[in-house]
Design a protein around this ligand. Structure first.
Ligand code: ARG
Length: 463
């Protein structure tokens, strides 16, 4: 096998069982494009160090570029005998330019520094796609919020009616965590923008190569300070997997609300036909499968992260073959998010909100009781007492059959609870009044939510 990257000290070739275990081309071929870019940068470094003639460099660059085109077109694929993407591409290079020139490319590099570099290149590239996908979900939330600037809904804690809020406020509450996730990807990228190329197997190179030049050639800001760290570290991969899992979790919390909102019992939203599914037996069904898959994939993304962390735990420095197990989980995380995000963005963008239903439910469950308590506070009553009195109002309402609303308590009933509960208290017993009164920074008052809409839009545009 001309592609074997090692063999000089071995009397026999690998057993079939080893070859089957060792092979990674079925998942690392996606790195072929960045591997070839790395080889081009490395060839230039060898040339600058006087280790390649002008003619050899030209031959190698031309062949590497032709190979990149063939990888892109699908014409170039690994052979069953290739151990990994690096070995496969070196084999093909030598087949194309001969061993005299092709055999020079491996000087001063190892698959250990190569793979550490290529994973970062791959992830940096996909981080941009994923950030774009997350921002599309944010845009969909912001657009829905903007389309419903003063629609109230029941705000919940413990899934129980708590206080009325604006639908726009609730939707933006899902946008902010996603904006922070994009911010996390941006922060992560600064740490990922450091190239391990030139670390060699672990100790660096004796050949006078310039890792910083290679790094800049490959779009990194600099190269690693420590070659052992460069080849052994995978915290950058784990951190990416964390951000991916966090995105999954944030989408999942939105998804769970959509699942609930789309039920008959809630009746808050109708899903667009293009973003919901039917049942094979029940003709009437319209299912929120996108939201459910978002919930399900969050679990899978958490698994990708925890599997990776478990692989890293306890690994001695520097490179160990265990590190090959970093790729499938993190590639899976990339693939899942890239297929999930457009579906979630479309689902959110096409939701129809039933604002009448939301408005009708907003005051139910005595969600204005806090407004009674706070009104009493403004009249000079200590909050502790005000809380008790408002609670007594709820109890008085529930004593009616059927129970009545707070605003329906008679003057005498109010006065019996406390002389401080004069009829004017009813002025705060409207949903619109309650919402408008929560007008501090970050509150649900329409004035504040309009400001919030603008800043979420700005944040999304800036990121
Ligand atoms: N395929 C390996 C990986 O994914 C890189 C090759 C390093 N192999 C080795 N025997 N040093 O990490």
């Amino acid at each position: 096998n001309t592609g074997a990257l090692w063999g000089g000290r071995f009397a026999s070739g690998p057993s079939p069982a080893l070859a089957a275990l060792s092979r990674s081309t079925q998942f690392d071929w996606v790195l072929a494009e960045v591997d070839l870019a790395g080889s081009r940068a490395h060839a230039r470094a060898l040339h600058r160090a006087g280790l390649l003639t002008d003619a050899d460099l030209a031959t190698l660059l031309a062949a590497l570029e032709a190979m990149a085109a063939d990888v892109a077109s699908g014409a170039l694929t690994p052979d069953p005998g290739d151990e990994d993407v690096h070995g496969a591409l070196e084999r093909i290079l030598i087949e194309r330019v001969g061993a005299e020139v092709g055999g020079r490319i491996r000087a001063g590099r190892s698959r250990n520094d190569q793979i550490a570099t290529l994973v970062r290149m791959y992830l940096r590239d996909h981080a941009r796609t994923i950030a774009g996908g997350v921002l599309d979900v944010v845009d969909a939330l912001v657009d829905q919020a903007a389309a419903h600037p003063d629609a109230p809904m029941p705000g919940r804690t413990h899934l129980q009616h708590a206080q009325p809020v604006l639908l726009a406020h609730q939707l933006l509450a899902h946008a902010w965590p996603l904006l922070r996730d994009v911010d996390r990807l941006v922060d992560w990228d600064a740490r990922a923008a450091v190239s391990p190329y030139g670390s060699g197997a672990l100790a660096g190179s004796s050949l006078g190569l310039d890792p910083e030049a290679v790094a800049r050639d490959l779009g990194f800001t600099t190269s690693v300070e420590n070659s052992i760290d460069g080849t052994a570290a995978r915290d950058v991969v784990a951190e990416f997997a964390f951000v991916a899992a966090m995105i999954g979790v944030d989408l999942s919390r939105l998804a769970e609300e959509v699942v609930l909102w789309a039920t008959k019992e809630f009746g808050f939203v109708t899903l667009d036909d293009g973003y919901s599914t039917g049942s094979s037996i029940m003709p009437q069904k319209k299912n929120p499968d996108i939201a459910e898959l978002a919930r399900g994939k969050a679990g899978r993304l958490i698994g990708d992260l925890t599997g990776l962390l478990a692989t890293l735990k306890g690994l001695p420095l520097a490179y160990n073959r265990d590190l090959q197990e970093d790729k499938e989980p993190v590639f899976d995380a990339v693939n899942q998010l890239e297929v999930l995000l457009p579906a979630v963005a479309g689902m959110v963008a096409t939701l129809t909100f039933h604002t009448d239903r939301l408005a009708e439910l907003a005051p139910q469950g005595y969600s204005l009781a806090t407004d009674v308590a706070e009104w009493l506070v403004r009249q000079g009553v200590p909050f502790r007492e005000a809380h008790e009195l408002a609670g007594a109002c709820v109890r008085a309402c529930e004593a009616h059959t059927p129970p009545i609303g707070l605003e329906e308590l008679a003057d005498a009933e109010l006065a019996a609870i406390s002389p401080r509960l004069v009829p004017q208290v009813r002025e705060v017993l409207t949903v619109a009044g309650s919402i408008a009164s929560r007008n501090g920074r970050g509150g649900t008052a329409p004035l504040r939510v309009v400001e919030q809409l603008a800043s979420a839009g700005d944040a999304a545009a800036w990121l």
